[in-house]
Ligand binder design. Structure first.
Ligand SMILES: Cc1cc2nc3c(=O)[nH]c(=O)nc-3n(C[C@H](O)[C@H](O)[C@H](O)COP(=O)(O)OP(=O)(O)OC[C@H]3O[C@@H](n4cnc5c(N)ncnc54)[C@H](O)[C@@H]3O)c2cc1C
Length: 372
């Protein structure tokens, strides 16, 4: 087995590339199994203001394709609209994000090797690249929801949602508003319509099991959102990991997990880019020796606790109806208590919801009885 003094990064997704971008004093080698960055495409690309400003500070405004001032929620009972005077969410161009990050990372002198699937070596901490095995100094496991190192160190991610979406050509009345649709036939997640501009949108949904043909579901969603004429350009999608995050995303002080391999995804919406922007810089600091492992684990544990609270809340929400939090959101919005930065901080919305509980509870009971 050969020894390599570099830090190996498995996967050139946003997690691997962003962490590599913050590593300046060590040599990094990034392995990506696909020959094209960001392909196959899977992500919708909706992020909140924190993630959007974090990414634009590094990559410039061109990575933002659209911004949204409102959300329309289609619950099984009625439509609820939230309109703000500041953008509530942004659309990040996804394969473009990887491309721009890769350019930055390569400019730092890091090596990016495309079309190379890395496999586990004989010892934990060694990797097989082609026919050769290497012992790397450190390994960043940023290889997504099916990470092989995650499986070896902690077991596989079990709870998943499959996201399917189509790019459609249509006429969008208001491209600054996106739609979230809850139906009883899709109890574990929701559907969405995300306009990219006046004539292009992403329409999609998340399911635990593929029961219906995607064409049928897209037709159903479009009808519900009242998109009458549209042309499907292409379908794409992928897996959204929804397990609670690892308590310690580190294995034997040698392998460091980030992104969907943890998974640090928001359990209600499946958004994973936020968790990556939170952790990439602290992880790079740890690998550079600027902070100790205990400092790093302290930082992580702050995020971990918030995500675990979100997971507990989502478990309750799933029992009552996935649309249920929207009723609280509506009351917070009416009382001007909903702020755009809470797009990412669902646990904060839950705390605030306690204030509006007396208003929302009767509506909640009424809606729940109607749904049963
Ligand atoms: C349908 C869908 C919609 C989504 N919408 C949103 C959204 O609106 N907002 C949001 O914030 N998040 C969204 N997400 C989640 C977001 O896409 C992920 O959280 C994010 O891409 C995770 O980044 P990552 O780098 O951890 O993993 P990935 O993006 O999966 O990247 C992992 C990379 O590792 C490579 N790889 C894997 N194994 C190996 C190997 N053995 N050797 C070499 N390379 C390997 C893969 O090819 C891949 O390029 C969505 C996800 C899906 C599926």
């Amino acid at each position: 087995m050969d020894t390599c003094g570099k830090i190996a990064v498995i996967g050139a997704g946003p997690a691997g590339l962003l962490t590599s971008f913050f590593i300046r004093r060590h040599d990094v080698i990034i392995f990506e199994e696909h020959t094209f960055l960001g392909r196959p495409e899977h992500c919708t690309g909706i992020v909140g203001s924190y993630t959007a400003s974090f990414l634009t500070r590094i990559l410039g405004n061109k990575i933002i394709e659209n911004e949204y001032y409102g959300i329309v929620f289609h619950t099984p009972h009625r439509k609820i609209e939230l309109l703000l005077d500041k953008p509530i969410a942004y659309h990040v161009k996804r394969p473009f994000l990887e491309k721009k990050l890769a350019e930055k990372v390569q400019r730092l002198g890091h090596e990016l090797i495309l079309g190379t699937r890395v496999k586990p070596g004989q010892k934990l901490g060694s990797l097989r690249v082609g026919r050769r095995s290497f012992q790397f100094q450190k390994i960043i496991a940023s290889d997504g929801a099916y990470s092989f190192l995650r499986r070896l160190c902690f077991g596989p991610i079990r709870n998943k949602i499959y996201g399917v979406q189509a790019v459609i050509k249509t006429n969008i009345n208001d491209p600054k508003i996106f739609h979230i649709l809850y139906t009883n036939t899709m109890p574990d997640f929701f559907g969405w319509l995300v306009p990219l501009n006046e004539e292009k949108a992403l329409i999609g949904y998340g399911v635990k099991k593929h029961v219906y043909h995607p064409w049928r579901v897209i037709r159903y969603l479009a009808k519900k959102i009242r998109i009458n004429k549209y042309r499907v350009k292409r379908f794409f999608g992928g897996t959204i990991p929804l397990d609670p995050p690892l308590k310690k995303p580190v294995c034997k002080r040698k392998i460091f997990f980030i992104g969907d391999s943890i998974p640090l995804t928001k359990p209600y919406t499946g958004g994973g880019l936020y968790g990556i922007t939170l952790l990439a810089r602290p992880l790079a600091k740890l690998l550079e020796g600027e902070i100790t492992i205990n400092n790093y684990l302290d930082i992580y544990s702050g995020y971990y606790k918030k995500f675990v609270i979100q997971h507990r809340l989502v478990r309750v929400v799933k029992k009552l109806g996935y649309w249920m939090p929207v009723l609280f959101l509506e009351d917070l919005y009416k009382l001007k208590m909903f702020e755009e930065y809470q797009f990412d901080e669902h646990e904060r919305i839950a705390y605030k919801s306690m204030i509006v509980l007396p208003y929302t509870l009767p509506k909640l009971i009424f809606s729940t009885l109607r749904t049963r």
